[in-house]
Write a protein that binds this ligand. Structure first.
Ligand code: 9MR
Length: 393
């Protein structure tokens, strides 16, 4: 299929889905839907306001450096009620040289959020990626012992959580501590192969939650992971582990379902049942990093190679937001970025090229996926959830 034909079909798909899903009363439809103005300035139909009607915070990952663009910043202010710094609270950013803190980029986003009545998800305190090189080099060359490593982690968590005390709604305290059932080292427990668990033992995860709780007793503390959006071996392992921790009194409040989906793997079939069992165990839940990638034309971040992919992408977004709406413990639904060109996907999955993962195209125009999420929020009969504006209850 020619590039031009794909583009044309894509455009028909977007406009068609937008008008079909929105109906005549939508401010976006009146403004010309996806082919008209960007969805800034519309309050009644914004994702944040539609979510507020059922007590669900709708959010996005933000790159604070981009907030200088007024189009980007007004879109974020108008559409979303919770924000996550995509990278700016990670250890390599906040402490690039040992003992020298760089809180500026994250402070900027927190101030933006406060000015726009948004909450903040803090991301992330204990992860094996995006660690500062002074730390990883020190561990590799033996100049940082395991005893020192533990003390450094404790200080990092306490410094960061204290710095943002009272300003973070949910902290992703620990991120991706399990391997995957398809990895050779899969054990069903926090993971051999994981930097922190290898050096300090699995109990370091419980300690991380305790340290974070001591520094900000009101913040909701989450464990965040991917490939747990179905009832499967990994989600079951995470559920069993977190139940055990809670039985031991570890202050862990919730589970973040990253929800990085890909059309080649299909739409999760039992996401609702899966998330519900975490809710039944007394945990809050959240969709924390939603995106749906697909194969795109070489060097394109927007144009799927297969036009049918857009329907699968819409089905995946629908399933994700419907799950969060159906499960009352789900308190926030966050997309991992705003527009396709800013997403982590094109650079991470470059050969073959994948992209088109988010709700807006590279011109910050809403895609059919945006209208799908909007439609589900507008038409849901989900029960209102409470306690989403405060800390731990
Ligand atoms: O989106 C983030 C990207 O900009 C960074 O380069 C990448 C580095 O590891 O991390 C991305 O965010 C990840 C998130 O922090 C944890 N879950 C997976 C996300 C996508 O890789």
């Amino acid at each position: 299929m020619s590039f031009r034909r794909v583009l044309l079909l894509g455009a028909v798909g977007v406009v068609g889905a937008g008008s079909l899903l929105l109906g005549p009363t939508s401010a976006f439809a009146q403004a010309g839907g996806s082919s008209g103005a960007a969805p800034v300035g519309s309050h009644t139909d914004s994702l944040r306001d539609l979510g507020a009607k059922v007590g669900l915070r709708v959010g996005t990952a933000v790159n604070p450096a981009e907030l200088t663009s007024s189009t980007y910043s007004s879109l974020i202010a108008n559409q979303f009620s919770v924000v996550t710094p995509e990278n700016e609270m990670k250890w390599e950013v906040v402490e690039p040289a040992q003992g020298q803190h760089n809180w500026g980029p994250a402070d900027k986003l927190v101030a933006f959020a406060q000015a726009h009545h948004q909450l903040v998800r803090g991301h992330t305190l204990l992860w094996q990626n995006q660690l500062p090189t002074w730390l990883t080099d020190g561990v590799a060359n033996g100049s940082i012992s395991n005893t020192q490593l533990r003390a450094l982690l404790k200080k990092h968590i306490q410094d960061e959580v204290s710095h943002f005390k009272g300003k973070i709604w949910q902290w992703d305290v620990a991120n991706e501590a399990f391997t995957n059932p398809w990895d050779p080292e899969w054990s069903g427990t926090p993971a051999p192969g994981h930097f922190w668990v290898n050096h300090l033992g699995a109990s370091i995860l419980a300690d991380a939650f305790k340290w974070a709780h001591e520094a900000d007793p009101k913040a909701l503390l989450f464990y965040n992971d991917y490939a747990i959006e179905n009832v499967n071996a990994k989600s079951t392992a995470v559920l069993n582990w977190v139940k055990q921790l809670r039985a031991q009194g570890v202050p862990i409040d919730g589970i973040g379902f990253q929800t990085h989906l890909d059309t080649q793997y299909g739409v999760p079939t039992d996401f609702t049942q899966d998330m519900q069992r975490f809710g039944d165990a007394g945990l809050k839940t959240a969709v924390t990093e939603a995106d749906v990638r697909t194969f795109t034309e070489p060097n394109s971040v927007n144009t799927p190679t297969d036009t049918n992919a857009v329907a699968v992408q819409n089905a995946a977004w629908k399933q994700s937001i419907d799950t969060c709406l159906a499960v009352r413990s789900c308190i926030s639904f966050t997309a991992w970025g705003v527009s396709d060109d800013q997403s982590w996907v094109p650079t991470t999955f470059a050969n073959p090229q994948e992209g088109a993962a988010l709700l807006y195209d590279s011109n910050l125009q809403p895609k059919s996926e945006y209208f799908t999420v909007q439609h589900e929020l507008a038409t849901t009969e989900a029960a209102h959830r409470t306690g989403i504006g405060a800390g731990r209850s």
